[in-house]
Every structure is written in C-alpha cells, then in structure tokens.
Write a protein that binds this ligand. Structure first.
Ligand code: ZN
Ligand code: ZN
Length: 499
C-alpha cells in the first residue's frame, strides 16, 4: 500500500499561515484547497501561486524586481559568513578599551575597504575601560562546594582575599525592594530569578533589571555583596556576564552572576533550612577610559547622497567569548547586505551607511558619540535598522513610520514573506544603537531574529563561531538587503516616525 506523500517546497512553506502573517485570502484559500486535495488523495502538491504574483501598491515593478533579485542572491551568498569567520578567527573578543577592541576596529576598516565600500572611516569614541580579573566563589557552610560565577561588567572588586557572608535569597527585584531598611544587613543578597526562554527575547528585559540595578538596591538594604542567577537561559555550567551600574550616592558592592546550575545548587542548599555562608573573590579593576572608534562604510546614493539609511550593528563584544554571535553576526549581516547593494549596476537613490558602533555592551558610547556628531544631520537620516540579536532566522518585521506610509511597509512585507517573515505592526523599537535616531523620530525597523537559543550563550564563554548557522545567516542578509534596498530606493519619503 502506498502512503500519502506531500511534498512541501520551500516556497510553499513560506506561504504556510504560520509563516506568513498576513496571508491574503486568495493565497490562504489556495493553500487550504491544495492541502485538502493532498490529504484526500494520493497527490503531490504542486507549486502554489507565488507571492511574486501579488500586486504591489506603491513600489514600481522595476524596484520590486530588483529587490527580489537581491533577496534571492543573498540566499546564495556567503560573504556574511566570511566576515564573521574572519572577525572571529583573526580578532576574537573585542571588549571596549582592550587591544582586541582596537584590532577589531583595524580589521573592520581593512575588510570594508577591501570590499570596495566608499568613505570607510573610523570616528573616535571614548569608552570606559574595566578589567574583570579573576572570579572565584564557593559555598562555605554547611555544604562547602566550588561554584562557577562571573563578575558583572563594571563591578567593584571584593576586598583582597575575598568576601564571606550569609546569603539572603530573594526571587525578584520586587521582593528585594520590599525588604525594610536594613533588611539585608551584612548579607550577600542572591536574586534567584530565572529567565524565561522565548523566541522574541522578552524574558531578557526582566532578567536584565536585576543585573543592571540589583547591586545598588541590595546595598540600600544593607547588603555587602550581590549574586544573581545569570541573566540567560544556559543549561551548561557557564555564567552570563553583562553590564551593571551603580546608582549615584549608593555604596558600591561587588556583583557577580552564578551559572544557572550553581544558582540551582545554592537554592537547594538554602532549602535545607540552615543558614548558608558564601565566599567569593573578584579582582576587577576600573581603569578609567580608553579610545575606540565607530567604523563607518558607505554606498553613496546616486540621486540623494545626503540622505542616509543606517544599517547598524556593534563591533565590540564581551570579553568571555569570541563575540561571534553578539555581535559579530550582526556586523556580518549588515556589511554583507550593503555589499550586495554596492554591486548593483545602479546605486540606489540614497546612501546606505554601515555603522559598526563602539562599546554598545558597556554603556552605548558609540551610539551616543554618533548622535552627538550627527545631531545636525538627523533630519537627513531617513531610516535605520540594527542587527543585534544573534544569528537566528528573522521571523518578524516591525516598522515605525507615519500611518500614511504603511502601504510601503505592506509592499516590503510582501517581499519578505517568502523568507518566512511576518509583519508585526508599526511599533518598532529599533536597536540600542539606534537610540539617537529614535530620539530624532527617524523611522526605524526591527527585523526580529529568532532568539530561542540566543540566551543560552549570550555574554558567555560559549559565544563562539560554531553557534552561527551559515544558512540562517544568509536568510538574515536576504531580509536586511531587501529592507535596505527598498528604503534607499523608494522614490517617496518615509517621513518622521510617530513618537
Ligand atoms: Zn549585542
Ligand atoms: Zn550583548
């Protein structure tokens, strides 16, 4: 007996309802009919009506055809991989203010020049310089064991020889805030809040609040030290670092993140009911400031060269891993997308500017410097998108444009649909490095990457090249090049974003 065989092509998959946010009635009906026939009979599903057959409201057939060609070429192009592989192998970690950071700037300048971009330049940025030194920790009593932990970026050191105290466990910043004055006197506060795994990364917002502000809140309650459960979803015995800050006028206490496994261990020891004492030593050093740079490369527009479309990512990384995923991948995606546009026989109307920022991780120095340097030119910035969520496939498009420009976004969404990208409204946030653009009401876009696995390795020693999937990287480039080309070539303008 033969079995029913349904061949689902890549294009058909792209048209599946879950892959295509606003599947139009005709397309959806076509799919359902084909699926019903296939299930009822012993059929092979033929290629369905293609998205290319859709009508476009605003974009001309020539623009649609060029964007489609770029998108499809990107799916066959491995230059993003070449970029991230080169950056990772030849430079590696690029922590602000370090020799690696400076080598990263030199490497990016040389590579972008070799790729043939115009106006390749470094624009100086002053960055904070901090050294993590070493981090060791252990439970002391009643069940002594070593643990894995990492200093949070910016933390002060413990006293030489370490710090030992009883642990006070809370499950959230709210619970810590609800303690009375002196509620954590002399204790090491342990914020044991688990980060939720999601595709859109929404669990990170809550997780990062304790990382950023936990130390000052704990100190206000009398604590001598802070431990957090890592702001990450790793199930390996690795700790996730990340930036923290001290509030002005509050005593500075040393802050570290435990691996999820060691957070489990500490919590389980505490559930035994006896006071648990903990010892840790951090040898961090605040080294003032250092010089770094934003790296810029351009494809100069043929008709309105002073109008700028920003493709951003950050060149710096944390020190623990290789900075392959965060944000070597993002740099590779935007550079490769711009490169494909540079190779067109005719430039787009507007200028594409690749912006690889300095020190996103530890205070957004590059974005701030860019905003100051180009404050008077913000009205000439017409759109921005940033890739800084790893290398997972893009699954959603969000825009932030005036309502009367939404027909352009609808057209763009049609071009992105075959990549499995669905439109998700007009409330894009833009990446952290796009903050100066957002403040100036420049339209921004989010091409949301699948972050389901991103926080397993985020800011850890596991941020390495093997975590980058070359095929997902190509899909990312395809999404970014399509968007960049449309906004750079569109013959109207996108106006200013709604506040
Ligand atoms: Zn990042
Ligand atoms: Zn990061």
């Amino acid at each position: 007996m033969s079995t029913t065989r349904i061949r689902v092509s890549r294009r058909t998959r792209a048209l599946l309802p879950q892959n295509r946010g606003r599947a139009r009635g005709r397309t959806l009906a076509t799919f359902l009919i084909l699926a019903a026939i296939a299930v009822a009979g012993n059929l092979v599903v033929p290629e369905p009506v293609q998205a290319d057959g859709d009508s476009f409201a605003v974009l001309s057939p020539a623009v649609v055809s060029q964007a489609t060609a770029l998108r499809d070429k990107a799916l066959q192009d491995d230059r993003a991989w070449d970029f991230v592989e080169g950056l990772t192998v030849e430079v590696g970690p690029r922590f602000p203010g370090t020799a690696g950071d400076r080598r990263g700037v030199e490497w990016a300048l040389a590579t972008l020049k070799a790729w043939g971009f115009e106006n390749v330049r470094a624009e100086p940025v002053t960055v904070p310089k901090w050294d993590r030194g070493t981090a060791t920790g252990r439970t002391v009593s009643p069940f002594p064991q070593p643990v894995v932990l990492a200093a949070l970026g910016g933390s002060v050191a413990t006293p030489k020889g370490g710090l030992e105290a009883e642990v006070l466990r809370v499950e959230s910043m709210d619970e810590l805030g609800a303690l009375g004055d002196g509620g954590a006197d002399g204790k090491i506060v342990f914020i044991d809040e688990r980060m939720e795994r999601t595709r859109d990364g929404r669990g990170y917002g809550a997780a990062v609040a304790k990382r950023g502000g936990g130390a000052s809140l704990a100190a206000e309650k009398g604590a001598v030290g802070l431990l957090i459960r890592s702001a990450g979803t790793s199930t390996s015995r690795i700790a996730h670092t990340g930036g923290m800050r001290y509030r002005e006028g509050v005593r500075k206490i040393p802050a570290a993140a435990l691996s999820n496994i060691d957070a489990d261990l500490l919590a389980a020891q505490m559930r035994r009911g006896k006071p648990v004492r903990f010892h840790y030593e951090l040898t961090t050093r605040d080294l003032g400031t250092a010089e770094s740079a934003n790296v810029i490369a351009e494809v100069v527009g043929r008709e309105r060269p002073d109008e700028i479309v920003i493709l951003a990512a950050h060149l710096d990384s944390w020190d623990l891993g290789m900075g392959a995923v965060d944000d070597g991948s993002g740099c590779a995606i935007v550079a490769a997308a711009a490169k494909l546009i540079a190779e067109l026989p005719e430039r787009p109307r507007r200028t594409i500017r690749v912006l690889l920022t300095a020190n996103e991780e530890f205070g957004l120095s590059g974005a701030t410097a860019y905003g100051e340097r180009y404050a008077d030119a913000m009205d000439k910035h017409v759109a921005g998108v940033e890739a800084d969520f790893g290398a997972g496939r893009v699954w959603a498009l969000r825009s932030r444009v005036p309502d009367d420009r939404l027909p352009v976004i609808d057209d763009l969404a049609k071009l992105l649909a075959p990549l499995g990208i669905e439109p998700q409204g007009n409330r894009a946030r833009g990446g952290a490095d796009l903050r100066p653009l957002r403040q100036a009401l420049v339209p921004v876009f989010d091409l949301s990457q699948d972050g389901s696995a991103y926080f397993d390795i985020h800011h850890t020693i596991e941020d390495t090249l093997d975590k980058v999937d070359p095929e997902a990287l190509r899909q990312n480039v395809a999404a970014h090049v399509t968007l960049a080309y449309i906004v750079a070539e569109y013959d109207g303008d996108l106006g200013r974003a709604p506040e």
